[in-house]
Design a binder for this molecule. Sequence first.
Ligand code: 5GP
Ligand code: ZN
Length: 115
Amino acid sequence: MSHDPHCIFCKIVAGQIPSKKVYEDEELLAFHDIRPHAPIHFLIIPKLHVPSLWEVGPEHQALLGRMLTLAPRLAQEQGAGNGFKTLINTGADGGQEVYHLHVHILGGPRPWRTG
Ligand code: 5GP
Ligand code: ZN
């Protein structure tokens, strides 16, 4: 399924739910997390609905590479030039709440903690 009408991040991609966008191209979207865990906290997602890392296959390698390649550039642009944390939660025990693949980018002056 490339788009799940019940998925909150697909709704953000479609513009049905507003978001504070950081970056957008044909394949990827980045936007600020609604409940930030750090002074800088945004998410990079594929526009394609991939629920989690469990569903990732060889056909997604380029997409995953692009997501991570984009991370340092956007982190720098958002003011996390002193360093940042990348986080992908997968499945229930991984603490995943939204089942549309996303990379958390966290940064800004410490102290801050991620749960
Ligand atoms: P997860 O635990 O699935 O890795 O994290 C999901 C993240 O999505 C959480 O940090 C949560 O604050 C964020 N989030 C959930 N719903 C929305 C939303 O409607 N808009 C935005 N911008 N972030 C959301
Ligand atoms: Zn989705």
